[in-house]
Design a protein around this ligand. Structure first.
Ligand SMILES: CC(C)(COP(=O)(O)OP(=O)(O)OC[C@H]1O[C@@H](n2cnc3c(N)ncnc32)[C@H](O)[C@@H]1OP(=O)(O)O)[C@@H](O)C(=O)NCCC(=O)NCCS
Length: 304
């Protein structure tokens, strides 16, 4: 598949109709051979309490299968499909990786949505094929859902935005849907006044933490879940108003790392060596990239 040709679809309406975007998408699909995506201009501008209304964030065609998809905020009408996706993902995980997710109950999803916290989802045909829960805590509703991130308590609770429960249907992996949801999350959260983006990821789940790093979050500490013995990377980054984190992820140890980390105190560490990573993090280092081929992480002493 060739690189996506992105088309902006200008509109004077606060939200283009799904049909209008679909028609535009269908005509561009013919012109560009299916390799593009349409981004509405007005995205993520409303306060959290008004978000759970099915608002469309982007839509286009999946790079691998060519299926039409809509990325949108989910609402209570999607509950059955959200639970069905969670069941499919959980059933597909091998026993050794079941702890990559903490399955949520119907009551959890209901309470989350009715309390004004958003969920981003990707709809393909009549299925939800990916979803991400976003928590926007406040002084009156301070629960973060994070397991063991002590330095969170230093950050004012109403500056936090937390992504959790990220799921992608096994048949739809590798379409950059997680990456798309993380981008939309950051853009929405920045526009809605949140200045600290946070997530936690099981340390073996490189398909997940690598996406957060690619989008500019840094792994700042390692937490421990006493309930099942999991070790969890805590990812954090300060979020500018436009939601566009400027940090470039380091993907190759060598010249690229040296150039990106110029002026910063930096070092490397094997991906498997949690003890050394912990020691570095205790010294104020954060992981801001990894080299997949050599399984080496890049640490710098700069703080998010
Ligand atoms: C983690 C997860 C959400 C990623 O979803 P995704 O939409 O496939 O993600 P992206 O397409 O943006 O790519 C992310 C990574 O998945 C990899 N990937 C590509 N095709 C894949 C496939 N068929 N199966 C698994 N992973 C694949 C990509 O190569 C990329 O990894 P890399 O950065 O190491 O190269 C998905 O694998 C998943 O649902 N896993 C089980 C639940 C889970 O672990 N959730 C995360 C909790 S923090």
């Amino acid at each position: 598949m060739t690189q996506a040709a992105y088309k902006h679809f200008a509109t004077t309406d606060s939200q283009p109709s799904a049909q209008a975007l679909f028609d535009k998408a269908a005509s561009l699909h013919d012109d560009f051979g299916g390799s593009y995506c349409i981004l509405p201009e007005n995205q993520g501008q409303k306060p959290a309490s008004e978000q759970n209304t099915g608002e469309i964030l982007e839509q286009g065609f999946l790079p691998k299968s060519g299926e039409f998809y809509v990325m949108q905020f989910l609402d209570l009408s999607h509950l059955d499909e959200m639970l069905a996706l969670q069941d499919r993902v959980y059933a597909d995980l091998p026993d050794s990786e079941k702890n990559f997710i903490i399955p949520k109950t119907r009551e959890f999803f209901e309470k989350h949505l009715t309390s004004g916290h958003p969920i981003i989802g990707v709809v393909c045909g009549d299925q939800i094929v990916a979803q991400s829960i976003i928590r926007t805590p406040s002084v009156t509703d301070p629960k973060t859902g994070m397991t063991d991130m002590p330095h969170l308590s230093d950050l004012p609770v109403d500056t936090l935005t937390i992504m959790q429960g990220v799921l992608c249907d096994p048949a739809h992996r590798g379409n950059k849907l997680m990456q798309g949801m993380v981008k939309q999350w950051l853009s929405w959260a920045g526009a809605n006044g949140r200045s600290n983006a946070v997530a936690e990821i099981e340390v073996r789940n490189h398909h997940s933490w690598s996406v957060f790093i690619d989008e500019g979050l840094w792994l700042v500490s390692i937490g421990h879940d006493k309930s099942d013995g999991s070790n969890l990377y805590n990812a954090h980054q300060a979020l500018p108003e436009d939601g566009r984190i400027k940090y470039k992820a380091i993907k190759k140890i060598g010249e690229e790392f040296t150039n990106v980390a110029k002026g910063e105190s930096f070092t490397t560490c094997p991906t498997q060596d949690l003890q050394q990573q912990k020691a570095l993090m205790d010294l104020g280092y954060a992981c801001r990239g990894w080299d997949k081929s050599s399984k080496t992480m890049a640490f710098t002493k700069a703080q998010p």
